[in-house]
Design a protein around this ligand. Structure first.
Ligand SMILES: Cc1cc2nc3c(=O)[nH]c(=O)nc-3n(C[C@H](O)[C@H](O)[C@H](O)COP(=O)(O)O)c2cc1C
Length: 309
C-alpha cells in the first residue's frame, strides 16, 4: 500500500476542502492510504482577522520568521508521497506553513521524498512558491508537481472581495453584487481531477511527466503582469516595509504599532494606485519583452528552481 501524507494549514477551511477533494481519488482506492496532518500553531491566528492583526502579520510573513507550532500529530514519519498544501500571506507561505518548513520534523518527513505543492490563494503566489521550492530542496525532497487554485476575479475586485472574506469570515457576495470571494465552489470541487492525474503517475511510479500533464489540465496558470508586479513589489516594497516594522522590537512594541498602522494606510493606497500604474507600464513595454514573458510563463508554471536549470 502506498502512503500519502497531506500537510496543510487553513483558517477558513477553504484549503482543507481543496485538500480533501484532491485526495478523493486516493481515498477511493485500496492501494493507497491517506493521512491528513493539520499544522497547529501553539497560539493560532484569529479568523476572521481583526484589522490590526492582519497588518501585524506582515513583517513575520515577509521575513519568514516562524511562529511556534505543535509537532504534526502523525504516527509515522515515512511516506511515499507528500502533499504540502499552503495558502499565501503577503507573497510568502502562511506563517504556520513556513514554520513547519523550518521545523526539525519537516527534515525527517521530506528527506528523499517526492513532494507536491497544492496552493489555495487569491492570485499572487509565484514569489512564495520560489521560496517553497528552495526549502523543499534544502529539506532533501523533490518537487514533482505544483497545483494552484486561485480566485478567478479580476485583480482589484479580488482584493475587495478577499478583504471582505478575511475580515468577516463570510463567503457570500459583498454588498450583494460583488462576485463571491475566494476560490469558486466549482474549482474547489474540481480539485479531484488533479488528484486523479497524480494518481495515474504515482501508479506507474514515475512523476517525470506529471507537471506537463497538470499544466495541460490547467492546474496552474501564470499571469505575466501579476508576476512582474509581485516580484517588484516584494523586493522593492514588502522587504523594505517588513524591515522597517521589525527594526523596533517584537509584537506589542509601541514603535512597531505605529509602523504597522502606517503600513495599514499605505497598503490600500499602493494596491489601488501603484498597481494600475505598473499595469500601464507593463502593457507599454510588453511588445519588447515577448521572449522574456514567454520564458517566465514557462518557468513559473514548472517545478524546477532557476539555480538548478
Ligand atoms: C494575511 C493574509 C495575506 C494574504 N496575502 C495573499 C497574497 O499575497 N497572495 C494571494 O494570492 N493570496 C493572499 N491571501 C489569501 C490566502 O492565500 C488564502 O487564499 C485565504 O486566506 C484563504 O485561506 P484559508 O484556507 O487558510 O482560509 C492572504 C490572506 C491573508 C489572511
Amino acid at each position: 500500500m502506498k502512503k500519502i501524507l497531506c500537510i496543510y494549514y487553513s483558517q477558513s477551511g477553504q484549503l482543507t476542502e481543496i485538500v480533501k477533494n484532491f485526495a478523493k481519488p486516493f481515498e477511493k482506492s485500496d492501494e493507497y492510504s491517506v493521512t491528513y496532518a493539520n499544522i497547529e500553531p501553539v497560539s493560532d491566528f484569529r479568523f476572521p482577522w481583526k484589522g490590526y492583526d492582519f497588518f501585524d502579520a506582515f513583517p513575520e510573513s515577509v521575513n519568514k520568521i516562524p511562529c511556534e507550532i505543535k509537532p504534526l500529530n502523525i504516527q509515522d514519519e515515512d511516506y511515499d508521497l507528500i502533499v504540502f498544501a499552503y495558502s499565501v500571506w503577503y507573497m510568502s507561505p502562511a506563517i504556520p506553513s513556513n514554520s513547519f518548513l523550518l521545523s526539525e520534523q519537516a527534515k525527517k518527513i521530506f528527506k528523499d521524498k517526492p513532494v507536491i505543492t497544492l496552493l489555495g490563494v487569491r492570485n499572487m503566489w509565484v514569489v512564495a512558491q520560489e521560496y517553497v521550492k528552495e526549502k523543499i530542496l534544502e529539506l532533501g525532497g523533490h518537487l514533482v508537481g505544483n497545483i494552484v487554485l486561485r480566485d478567478r476575479a479580476e485583480n482589484i475586485t479580488g482584493i475587495i472581495t478577499i478583504s471582505y472574506f478575511v475580515f468577516t469570515g463570510k463567503k457570500d457576495r459583498f454588498l450583494g453584487f460583488f462576485p463571491k470571494p475566494g476560490i469558486s465552489e466549482k474549482d474547489i470541487a474540481g480539485a479531484n481531477i488533479f488528484g486523479e492525474i497524480v494518481k495515474n503517475h504515482f501508479k506507474n511510479n514515475s512523476f517525470d511527466k506529471l507537471q506537463e500533464e497538470l499544466i495541460k489540465a490547467k492546474a496552474v496558470k501564470v499571469y505575466p503582469y501579476l508576476c512582474t508586479v509581485e516580484r517588484m513589489a516584494f523586493k522593492r516594497v514588502f522587504k523594505k516595509w517588513a524591515n522597517f516594522m521589525l527594526n523596533k522590537g517584537g509584537a506589542g512594541d509601541t514603535a512597531r504599532r505605529t509602523r504597522v498602522k502606517m503600513f495599514a494606510y499605505y497598503f490600500p493606497f499602493a494596491i489601488l494606485l501603484i498597481a494600475p500604474v505598473e499595469y500601464i507600464f507593463f502593457i507599454i513595454f510588453a511588445p519588447f519583452r515577448i521572449k522574456t514573458i514567454k520564458k517566465e510563463i514557462k518557468y513559473y508554471s514548472g517545478i524546477k528552481l532557476k539555480s538548478n536549470l
